[in-house]
Design a protein around this ligand. Structure first.
Ligand SMILES: [Zn+2]
Length: 90
């Protein structure tokens, strides 16, 4: 949300965040610091425990074994579920 000169808020759609999101998603994700939503611990994505599954990957926290990230590859799409992640810092 952006404020105008008179202090009112301007609401834009997600396209306005394209530049910022592109910077985030093009970065090397393995060096990003991820915070587990379950226990609050912070670690590099590359240090998470990987449980490979047929269609993708399940990444678990090294401290509490909570699922922080699930990635699935289908014939038409890529899915990323991050319910177990509190934050991701690049
Ligand atoms: Zn955890």
């Amino acid at each position: 949300m952006t404020r105008t000169e008179n202090g009112s808020n301007v609401v834009l759609d997600g396209n306005a965040a394209a530049g910022l999101l592109q910077e985030i998603f093009v970065s090397d994700i393995t060096s990003a610091q991820i915070q587990c939503a379950a226990c609050g611990s912070v670690a590099a994505v590359g240090s998470l425990r990987l449980y490979a599954v047929q269609m993708g990957a399940v990444l678990r926290c090294r401290h509490c074994e909570g699922i922080v990230m699930r990635a699935v590859h289908t014939p038409h799409d890529r899915w990323l579920e991050m319910t177990g992640t509190r934050s991701l810092r690049f």
